[in-house]
Design a protein around this ligand. Structure first.
Ligand SMILES: Cc1cc2nc3c(=O)[nH]c(=O)nc-3n(C[C@H](O)[C@H](O)[C@H](O)COP(=O)(O)OP(=O)(O)OC[C@H]3O[C@@H](n4cnc5c(N)ncnc54)[C@H](O)[C@@H]3O)c2cc1C
Length: 496
């Protein structure tokens, strides 16, 4: 056991517990060349951390929705750790995920339920790992219980650095570019190298699993592993991108000042992973199949579609308020654009509903959401989201840049601001925050990062589409067309 595993459990946390742990055990975060000593107070991360903490407070404000009784201790634990055995339980998880998603309009895609659902899927299907080594399955079950009982928050990293994509990890110029098992010891495995990206590095633990399809070649085996360790493990470094929180008042930068989850490249400088934190090791087929087999992938996609719905509902509200404020609702192309967002919203709601209504018990006795609607949704949304942001730009037009700051609103020109920034159905004090929100959604550095996130966070859309095609049997649809063609030919021969 690691020392952390032996600490007493707390059950579901509050925001203050999250802050306290991040202060006591800060991950090694680097930002603009300096180390962040305390992520709860550093300007680059503190307001994102605060929003994260807010989610934990929310669980105790709505305990019936957000919590359930731990099967081992009976104390209240987070519902995103629940292994659902019935449809009702599955829907209860969905409701809890929606409550968290709505708290950030879905803009914190990596709210802790994302990886909680993943690890819960892996734990529910842990017997898949028992086939490789019963210790791995046992490790995973124990770890799931540990993060559930301590309500820990995980970041994760799956892909290797973007240096030479024409060859696999083992064929890069430097074999330790992609994080690789450097050695095995009695205590565990030692990782050296790098992983491309981890959103939400302001977390307690990190999940390091395989993502892209690994080749089953001996040289690829040292890259095949699935582990979780504390984010504050010695030798583990997070090189953060520049913060999207400009340090401006929330009035000026309503989203970036609240919901920057942060993204970081993860560096492993000979990081020791204790054996009890190893869940997958050197077994390429089990690495490649694991996400799908265990149900982890379906669980993650379930959270994603809930997030998509929350995000689209937000854009529906935002677009409607813009249209209303400047009285453009009578123009046909405006109605068409609002209808487009509405249809996207109902499409996501329908995918979610079908995934739940058609859920079924899997081989592990777990109520698993139906995969096909989730797969379709995760392939579709990367195309819908950029288009909806384009719609916000079309509707807001110059209003997205003609935007005074809070200092202007209260400054020497305040009378002019009041006069010239009024709208048909909003005075300047209502209109300016609305358009600043639209700017942060569609134009500021926060907005396009969201677009990039939606394009890529679940994987390369090109390869996801390829997987969708290769993993679905289309025979019955081809047969239907073949039957028609055969009948038509028969009719032609018969002179019908
Ligand atoms: C904002 C953001 C947050 C993210 N957060 C996380 C996170 O928390 N954890 C995590 O693990 N990952 C995260 N990711 C990474 C995400 O998983 C990857 O972006 C995704 O898998 C695509 O990989 P890549 O970015 O390395 O692109 P690349 O693989 O480098 O692709 C670059 C381009 O080359 C093309 N290409 C490359 N290889 C092939 C190929 N074999 N066949 C066809 N086309 C190819 C791609 O289509 C693309 O156009 C995040 C990404 C973003 C943008």
């Amino acid at each position: 056991m690691t020392t952390t595993d032996t600490k007493p459990t707390t059950g579901a946390r509050r925001g203050a517990d999250l802050l306290d742990r991040l202060q006591r055990e800060p991950p090694e975060l680097w930002h603009r060349g300096e180390r962040i000593a305390d992520p709860t107070t550093h300007p680059a991360t503190r307001r994102g951390v605060r929003s994260l903490a807010r989610l934990y407070d929310l669980q105790w404000e709505q305990p019936d929705v957000m919590l359930f009784d731990s099967p081992t201790t009976g104390s209240k634990v987070g519902r995103s750790f629940l292994i659902p055995r019935t449809l009702e339980e599955l829907v209860s998880v969905s409701r809890a995920m929606k409550t968290w998603a709505d708290a950030s309009f879905g803009l914190m895609g990596r709210s802790p339920d994302y990886i909680n659902r993943s690890m819960t899927g892996w734990a529910a299907g842990a017997s898949h790992l028992d086939q490789v080594d019963p210790r791995f399955g046992a490790n995973l079950r124990r770890y799931h219980e540990y993060i559930r009982e301590n309500d820990l928050c995980l970041t994760h990293t799956l892909s290797s650095p973007q240096s030479n994509r024409s060859v696999h990890a083992a064929r890069q110029a430097d074999p330790f570019l992609a994080a690789k098992v450097k050695e095995e010891t009695d205590a565990g495995i030692v990782l050296r190298g790098c992983r491309m990206l981890a959103t939400l590095p302001i977390s307690d633990e990190i999940m390091v699993f395989p993502s892209t399809f690994l080749r089953n070649d001996p040289e690829d085996q040292p890259y095949a592993y699935g582990i979780c360790i504390p984010s504050a493990t010695p030798g583990l470094r997070f090189l953060c991108r520049e913060t999207l929180d400009y340090g401006r008042p929330t009035h000026d930068h309503p989203l970036g000042s609240r919901f920057d989850e942060m993204d970081a490249v993860v560096i492993f400088d000979d990081v020791l992973v204790p054996w009890e934190r190893v869940f997958l090791y050197r077994d390429v087929p089990h690495c490649n199949e694991g996400y799908h087999k265990t149900g982890a992938l379906a669980n993650m996609a379930h959270q994603v579609v809930v997030k998509n719905l929350a995000k689209t509902e937000y854009l529906m509200g935002l677009a409607s308020l813009i249209v209303n404020a400047i009285a453009i609702e009578s123009f046909q192309h405006v109605q068409e654009k609002l209808a487009e967002i509405w249809i996207n919203m109902e499409t996501m709601r329908a995918f979610l509903k079908v995934a739940e209504v058609e859920a079924s018990l899997d081989e592990f006795g777990v109520m698993r959401p139906a995969w096909d609607p989730l797969d379709a949704a995760r392939n579709l949304y990367p195309r819908l989201y950029p288009r909806m942001i384009e719609i916000i730009q079309h509707l807001g037009a110059s209003g997205l840049v003609a935007m005074p700051t809070e200092a202007d609103v209260n400054g020497p020109l305040q009378d002019e601001v009041k006069r010239f920034f009024q709208a048909a159905r909003a005075d300047a004090h209502e209109r300016i925050p609305l358009f600043r929100l639209a700017w942060d959604t569609a134009l500021s550095s926060f907005g396009p990062r969201q677009v990039l996130y939606e394009r890529y966070f679940f994987g390369d859309p090109v390869r996801m589409a390829g997987n969708l095609v290769s993993s679905h049997d289309r025979t019955r649809y081809m047969d239907r067309v073949r039957d028609f063609l055969a009948a038509a030919r028969a009719e032609a021969l018969a002179g019908v």
